[in-house]
Design a protein. Structure first.
Ligand SMILES: Cc1ncc(COP(=O)(O)O)c(C=O)c1O
Length: 453
């Protein structure tokens, strides 16, 4: 990497990035002022290396995607093999082998009765597909007024217009600019601890909106984007009952939690609940290639059979790209072969214990939560009252930059002061220890800056 830095003109590359790149959810003037962006030129296992020779632990699996870690040769080879056979064929008129095989594999590994797959280019599109299927499903049954989708305050489900309507005032999306009226209806954020009471809160929201107008509840079962408020195993079964009571579909967004992240292949399997639809992306290909999927219950898919008026009129040119499907298939083979869900459960327990240990003596740690390799660390100014900075993202920024400068990449989630820790599932123990040591140091630096020690 140092050799790369010597050979290229680092400043000219960064200058071109600042001039021509518009980065998502990024105030570009901050990037310009900070002499950014950091340019990643190599990745291996849990490590990222930048243009200037710095090394980082990837503590969030590159936006929670790299469940199988960086640099997996097998996935590159799977892509190459498919490129040599059929590089691309659209699914509108024909099918190719990896598309069929992947759909069958997803039907096999998701809960029984989820058995038909719509492919999309990414996660937000899979969310939109689920919402549209829910709406049309009710419509075809004569329930034409069921159009609202219940989400929770703080949730994030995508940036495209349709998916954004079920973002629950996520701290970074500022939905109000784009949609004075939306079909998303916002239930309260999950409390901590989160259990049956939260299912009641969602029920109250359904009742307030009038159940006859509600199409679906859309949620991420581990509340990742909302303070990582991990629910107990009673929550989802209680919510399933609520949905059934009012004829509302349950859409389980496993875009972050799927493919072993929480210690089971899918998070809903912790409580044995079968949703009506599941949305997938990220870990589906371990981030090696863009792909998303909506897996649909057989009886819902069956309702769309017969006659042009029942057709699901939706499609993306690159939904289920054959190369993406081939990579995803190989990725699932690796996840199963290497027992990554089990490894996530074991490493996650260790990581949680270590973080709880740090929480015991660091005054700015307000709480630590986690399930498998999906953990949250809450940063506060006062451990007892839970008071934090205003805005909450202020303390997180201090901490995040301290981590970055010490060689660890983490990500804040709603309401801004909760750091998400979600490393690759196969991260070795020694690297987990290194991650913990950096967090320890970064907490110390943060506490000094805020006068807490
Ligand atoms: C739970 C959840 N749903 C949906 C999405 C949207 O996925 P994408 O960024 O691929 O559109 C995300 C992205 O972070 C997510 O975390």
């Amino acid at each position: 990497v140092t050799a790369i830095a010597e050979k290229v003109d680092v400043q000219s590359i960064k200058e071109r990035a600042r001039k021509h790149l518009w980065m998502p959810f990024t105030q570009m003037s901050d990037v310009i002022a900070d002499d950014g962006p950091r340019v990643i030129v190599r990745a291996e296992g849990s490590y990222l290396y930048d243009l200037e020779g710095r090394r980082y632990i990837d503590g969030v699996s590159a936006l929670e995607a790299m469940v199988a870690g960086h640099g997996r040769q097998e996935l590159a080879e799977a892509a190459l093999r498919q490129y040599e056979q059929v590089a691309f064929i659209d699914l509108f008129r024909y099918a190719s082998l990896p598309q069929i095989e992947l759909a069958a594999k997803l039907a096999e590994i998701t809960p029984e009765s989820l058995s038909v797959v719509v492919f999309t280019p990414g996660g937000g599109e899979a969310v939109e597909v689920a919402i549209k299927i829910a709406r049309q499903y009710h419509y075809m049954r004569g329930d034409v007024s069921r159009y609202k989708v219940i989400t929770r305050h703080g949730a994030y489900h995508g940036s495209n217009y349709g998916a954004m309507t079920v973002d629950g005032n996520y701290h970074a999306t500022r939905n109000y600019i784009f949609q004075p009226e939306s079909f998303g209806r916002i239930a309260p954020a999950p409390p901590i601890p989160c259990g049956v009471d939260h299912a009641r809160q969602i029920e109250e929201t359904i009742l307030r909106e009038n159940p006859d107008t509600v199409s679906a509840v859309h949620l991420d079962p581990m509340n990742t984007a909302i303070r990582v408020a991990i629910p107990d195993d009673e929550f989802l079964p209680a919510l399933r009952e609520v949905c059934d009571k009012y004829g509302v579909l349950l859409i389980d967004d496993e875009i972050i939690t799927g493919f072993g992240r929480t210690g089971k292949m899918f998070a809903c399997q912790h409580s044995g609940v079968v949703p009506d639809m599941m949305t997938l992306s990220k870990g589906l290909s371990s981030g090696y290639i863009p792909i998303g999927a909506t897996v649909v219950k057989q009886e819902i898919a069956d309702a769309f059979l017969g006659g042009a008026e029942k057709m699901f009129r939706h499609g993306h040119t690159y939904g289920g790209h054959p190369v993406a499907c081939a990579v995803a298939l190989e990725n699932i083979r690796l996840i199963e072969r290497d027992g990554l869900p089990e490894r996530a459960a074991e490493s996650g327990r260790y990581l949680l214990e270590q973080l709880q240990g740090l929480g015991g003596h660091h005054p700015c740690v307000g709480g630590v939560r986690g399930k498998g390799m999906l953990l949250g660390l809450e940063l506060v100014l006062d451990k007892v009252t839970g008071e934090t900075t205003n805005p909450p993202g202020k303390i997180a920024l201090t901490f995040r930059l301290a981590c970055r400068d010490l060689g660890l990449i983490l990500l804040p989630v709603h309401p801004g002061n909760v750091m998400l820790i979600a490393p690759p599932l196969n991260m070795p123990r020694a690297e987990i220890d290194e991650l913990i040591a950096i967090i320890d140091q970064a907490l110390l630096l943060t506490e000094k800056l805020y006068g807490l020690i």
